[in-house]
Ligand binder design. Sequence first.
Ligand code: SAH
Length: 353
Amino acid sequence: MTPLAALLVERIREDGPITVAEYMADCLLHPTHGYYTTRDPFGAAGDFTTAPEISQMFGELLGLALAQAWLDQGALCPFTLAELGPGRGTLMADMLRATKAVPGFHRAAQVVLVEASHHLRQVQAETLARSGARVCWADGVDDLPDAPLFLVANEFLDTLPIRQFQRAPDGWLERLVGLVDGQLAFGLSDPLPKVPDLPAFRSAPPGALIEDCAPARHVAAAIADRVAGHGGLGLLIDYGDWRSRGDTLQALRRHAFENPLAHPGEADLTAHVDFEALSAFAPSNAYTTQGALLLRLGIEARADRLARNLSGAALESHLAALRRLTHPEEMGSLFKVLALTRASAPLTPGFCT
Ligand code: SAH
């Protein structure tokens, strides 16, 4: 049993079962035993590899997309250049390098990183030390400055705690984490007086399991609010679907899936992002796939340019990275992008009318 599992068993024995959201929050961000608070989980030696760690092209193109949107909206000055959940800081470093030549962009930017883990804040500070940018950290989206906002979040929303609800013949029950024979186990609550008022709940057939991520809806609302008031663009990139179906809670440890209750605090826990619930905060035509976005932003031309200086194994790995980011059988279709802008804003770079 992990140290966090022992604490959770103790707590559930005293206070009763907890929600899946409470379980997820403790597993990921418990101050002393949380997954993100205690380690750097990225890369081959860690538990998973994210798009910015696969290739510099990912951050370069997203940085240029934000800079183009900034120019299209009149080069708003000053503005916040923000990232939610920056991991090692690789994406922001690539965005800053790629946008160096955009006149006035760096001078007008205040870089703000929203990061809960103090350990990862240190890693990010080291990664960005060479960029020369003024960087500060915030605890959450509510702390972002009241200013124009150009923001990116990659694989951030999938870490936010979800609740799971099951439709019974005569109402709704919530999936809980309790104890069976002294071990953590899933169970169901008594019937609930009410559930979130969302499209997925209204159309759910009996027996269906529906997930809701209220913190993700809060994040989208906060970004939409800044952008409506001051202008800007928020690009939310994550795996998920227009409407997620069933139980998508998953645990990843050392690049392999496992039971989410097996190693609390030592495995990454995520859930698919339900983009339909977030689209309420975006204009229409603001949803596309990662593959389509990167291709429209010109990733093939950038890949060709980088390939000129490569040969042998380095060239092969560069071409494999291009395929991994864009191909429908790899990350290209599984990962989606939602663009949060004012409805009246110019078309977001990489999106279609
Ligand atoms: N965007 C990075 C890392 C994704 S992992 C990449 O693409 O490589 C998720 C990141 O979100 C980590 O940096 C984690 O510490 C951070 N995080 C998770 N929950 C958070 C929360 N509630 N508030 C702020 N940061 C959080």
